[in-house]
Design a protein around this ligand. Structure first.
Ligand code: SF4
Length: 444
C-alpha cells in the first residue's frame, strides 16, 4: 500500500511540475513515506530522517531542503513529532495527499482525497491499485485504523480509469489493494437497484480492460468475505485464484484478545468454502506469535492449524507492542523475547516443510506465467497461484511459438507457459514450454 501511495504522490507532484532526482542531495523537497507496522520499519524511517537532516544542515539557506513526512508514523496529533523532529517542514497523515500538496503548493487542487485523475506511471507489467483506504476493524495490536482512518472506497469508475491507464502503458496484471479489500464498497451509497457495489462488481468492471491479463487482490478479512466474491474468483478467468487471509492466531481466546472479530471455526469455514468453490486456490496467511498472554498450548493451536490448512505461504511476525494501540495500553506483553523467537522459528520450520511438499507437487507441471523481469538471462514471473518462477530466456526459435508481442523475443508482460523442473519452498525453476502445453497437468 505504501509503495502505491508513494507512486501516486510522485505522479501528483509531477503533474504540478516537480521532477524526480536520483539523490536526496540534489532535491528541493524530500518526502518520506513511513511505515510503523513494526519497530524495525519505524527505526528505518527515523534513521533516514537523520540522513536528510544532515543534508539539510549542510545546505546554504537559499538552497534549502524541505522535508515532508507522511505514512503511518503521522497520527491526528503531531505536536510530539514536531518536538522530536523540528527540522521536518510538513507532516501529513497516510494517503492525505491533498494536505501535503496544500502545504507545499498552496492553492493546488488535484480533485479530492483520491486524486481521481492522477495515475502513477507504471514501472513494469504489474501495478498496485488501492481501491479502499483505511480500516474499521481496530484489531488490538494494530495502529492502521488510528493512522489511516475509517474505510473509504474509490468509485468503480475511478478504479476502472486507473486500470485502463495502466494497461494502455504496458501493465498486464493489477493487484487491487485494501487493508481489508472485501470491505470495498460497503460505505458507498446504494445504487438505484438498492444494492451496494462490492469487490465482485469491481472485478467485472475491469475484467475486459484491453491488455489486462490478470487481476489479483489483497488483503482478505474473513468477516468481509462473501459467497459472491468467492464465486467471482471462480468464474472470472482473469481473476487469479490466490487468497491472502491473515489468521494471526488459531486460539479463540487469543483471537478475542486481538479483537479479530471471528472465531477459528468461522475462519476455517471460509477456508473450506474457498476450496469447495475454487479448488485450485492457493492460500497464504499472516501469523503473530507471542501475543499478550499466549500460552504454549494456545501457540500449539496455531501450529495445528498450519498442519491442517497447509497454506502455500505464511508471513510470520513476533508480537511487538505498537505505541497507541489498545494492546500496548491495556495488555501485558508477557511472552519473553526468547520464547517469541522459539515460536517464530517453529512456525517457519513447519511452514518450510509444508511449502516444500506443496511445491514438489508442481514438478513437471506446466504453469502460466506473466514475465515480470529479467536478470542475466534469467526470466522471472509468477504463476496464477502467486508462486515465483525463474527460467532461462529460451533460445530462438522460442518453444512458445510466435511471440505474443511480435518483438521476436520474450519480454516483460508476455504471458508464457513454463514447465517446472525444480522446486524449493520459496520458488520454482523451469524451462519455457510450448504455448499449447496443457496448463497445470503433469505429463503422463
Ligand atoms: S484488519 Fe486489523 S490488522 Fe488489518 S489493518 Fe485493520 S486493524 Fe489492522
Amino acid at each position: 500500500m505504501n509503495e502505491a501511495d508513494s507512486d501516486k504522490l510522485a505522479a501528483g507532484l509531477a503533474r504540478l511540475g516537480w521532477q524526480q532526482v536520483p539523490r536526496p542531495e540534489d532535491a528541493d523537497l524530500a518526502v518520506v513515506n513511513s511505515c510503523v507496522v513494526r519497530q524495525k520499519a519505524e527505526n528505518r524511517a527515523v534513521s533516514y530522517l537523520g540522513h536528510l537532516r544532515r543534508i539539510k544542515e549542510a545546505r546554504d539557506g537559499n538552497a534549502s531542503l524541505r522535508i515532508a513526512v507522511t505514512g503511518c508514523i503521522v497520527g491526528p496529533r503531531t505536536e510530539g513529532l514536531r518536538a522530536r523532529f523540528p527540522y521536518v517542514d510538513v507532516w501529513a497523515r497516510p494517503q492525505s495527499f491533498d494536505a501535503l500538496i496544500r502545504h507545499l503548493l498552496p492553492g493546488s487542487d488535484l480533485g479530492g482525497e483520491f486524486w481521481p485523475d492522477t495515475f502513477p506511471e507504471p514501472k513494469g507489467p504489474t501495478a498496485f491499485v488501492p481501491v479502499i483506504h483505511g480500516c474499521n476493524k481496530f484489531c488490538t495490536f494494530c495502529i492502521v485504523p488510528y493512522r489511516r482512518g475509517r474505510e473509504r472506497s474509490r468509485t468503480i469508475d475511478d478504479v476502472a480509469r486507473e486500470v485502463a491507464f495502466h494497461c494502455s502503458n504496458g501493465v498486464r496484471e493489477v493487484t487491487l489493494l485494501g487493508q481489508t479489500v472485501e470491505a470495498y464498497g460497503k460505505e458507498i451509497d446504494a445504487r438505484p437497484s438498492g444494492s451496494k457495489p462490492d469487490l465482485a462488481d469491481l472485478f467485472v468492471a475491469i475484467h475486459d480492460t484491453p491488455g489486462l491479463q490478470r487481476i489479483r487482490f489483497l488483503t482478505s478479512y474473513p468477516r468481509d468475505m462473501t459467497e459472491r466474491i468467492v464465486r467471482a474468483v471462480a468464474d472470472l478467468p482473469k481473476v487469479c485464484e490466490h487468497f491472502n487471509i491473515p489468521v494471526q492466531a488459531a486460539d479463540n481466546e487469543v483471537l478475542a484478545r486481538m479483537r479479530r472479530g471471528y472465531t477459528i471455526e468461522e475462519y476455517t469455514q471460509w477456508v473450506h468454502r474457498i476450496r469447495d468453490v475454487v479448488p485450485s486456490a492457493s492460500l497464504s496467511t499472516d501469523v503473530i506469535v507471542g501475543f499478550c498472554g499466549e500460552t504454549d498450548a494456545q501457540f500449539q493451536r496455531t501450529l495445528d492449524l498450519l498442519e491442517q490448512v497447509r497454506f502455500d505461504k505464511v508471513h510470520t511476525a513476533a508480537y511487538s507492542p505498537r505505541p497507541g494501540t489498545f494492546a500496548c495500553r491495556h495488555l501485558e506483553d508477557d511472552v519473553p523475547r526468547e520464547e517469541k523467537m522459539r515460536r517464530l522459528h517453529a512456525v517457519e520450520a513447519l511452514q518450510e516443510r509444508i511449502a516444500t511438499e506443496i511445491n514438489q507437487a508442481l514438478l513437471d507441471t506446466t504453469q502460466e506465467v506473466v514475465i515480470e523481469g529479467e536478470q542475466d538471462g534469467i526470466l522471472t514471473g509468477r504463476t496464477r497461484s502467486n508462486k515465483l518462477v525463474h527460467w532461462p530466456r529460451p533460445s530462438w526459435p522460442c518453444p512458445s511459438g510466435p511471440c505474443p508481442s511480435g518483438r521476436g523475443e520474450a519480454a516483460p508482460g508476455d504471458l508464457v507457459n513454463v514447465r517446472i523442473t525444480r522446486t524449493s519452498p520459496w520458488a520454482l525453476r523451469g524451462v519455457q514450454a510450448e504455448a499449447d502445453s496443457p496448463v497445470g497437468a503433469v505429463p503422463a
